[in-house]
Design a protein around this ligand. Structure first.
Ligand code: PGA
Length: 255
């Protein structure tokens, strides 16, 4: 990996942990996750847990991310959460475009595009997810599919520095299934993503944008992914719910 990019390990708790459980996990992470090893660490709890988690990690190096946002500033949007609400609990990151949101909640590239723009304008870094289904991969269309998601989702998005955007490549067939892509599979697509970022943002910005791998990432396999040139970290689901596993992944990323 080119050394200029700071590795990033982000935990996606998905719809797990009520408030007491979130506090407990956050406390365990503060205790166990190595600090000062050069790895940036973000945890993304459910919206209801953001405030209490923020409080628990306030004196640590762990940063806070959300799992979703709505692009309007305020008003009659029942059930939604605005960028300024996320800012008010010190969220610095927000996952958008996760395949679960695209599949189950019918979010479109156009939705992700509005979310990306709103977050960047608010000073929150989107963790923009992309990834293909098994069918698309078997048809050999995964690179074209993922780069099209990037182009559509980032259309008209402007950034001034590379840390305003993170991409997470998550092949859908590897999410929560225990099936992982090989490191070479991840590099093939992450490399294509970076080439697309060069087209969109130019070489200088694109070379600094972190591209993460996600999909059954765990302590046993993370080093293999991180050894690839264009993989700068991981978006971790299941393994982020166990403090020991998540801490071990941060440790490995620092080696
Ligand atoms: P997983 O989830 O690590 O449980 O596969 C990753 C994700 O969906 O972000």
């Amino acid at each position: 990996m080119p050394s200029s990019r700071t590795r990033l390990i982000a935990g996606n708790w998905k719809m797990n942990n009520d408030v007491p459980a979130a506090k407990e996990l956050a406390e365990a992470l503060v205790e166990k996750v190595p600090a000062g090893n050069g790895v940036e660490v973000v945890i993304c709890p459910p919206t209801i847990d953001l405030a209490c988690t923020s409080h628990k990690i306030a004196d640590s190096a762990i940063k806070l991310g959300a799992q979703n946002v709505y692009w309007e500033e305020k008003g009659a949007y029942t059930g939604e959460t605005s960028c300024s609400m996320l800012k008010s609990v010190n969220a610095e990151y927000c996952i958008i475009g996760h395949s679960e949101r695209r599949d189950y909640f019918k979010e479109t590239d156009a939705d992700e595009n509005k979310k990306a723009k709103a977050l960047i304008a608010a000073g929150i870094t989107p963790i923009f997810c992309c990834g293909e289904s098994l069918e698309t991969r078997e048809a050999g269309e995964h690179v074209a599919f993922v780069t099209a998601q990037i182009r559509a989702g980032l259309e008209g998005v402007a950034i001034e520095s590379a840390d305003q955007l993170v991409i997470a490549y998550e092949p859908i067939w590897a999410i929560g299934t225990g099936k992982t892509a090989t490191a070479a599979d991840a590099q093939e697509v992450c490399g294509a993503i970076r080439a697309t970022l060069v087209e969109i943002f130019g070489e200088e910005l694109a070379s600094g944008i972190r591209v993460l791998y996600g999909g059954s990432a765990k302590p046993e396999n993370i080093a293999g992914f991180l050894a690839e040139e264009d993989v700068d970290g991981a978006l971790v689901g299941g393994a982020s719910l166990k403090a020991d596993d998540f801490a071990a992944m941060v440790e490995k990323a620092g080696e």
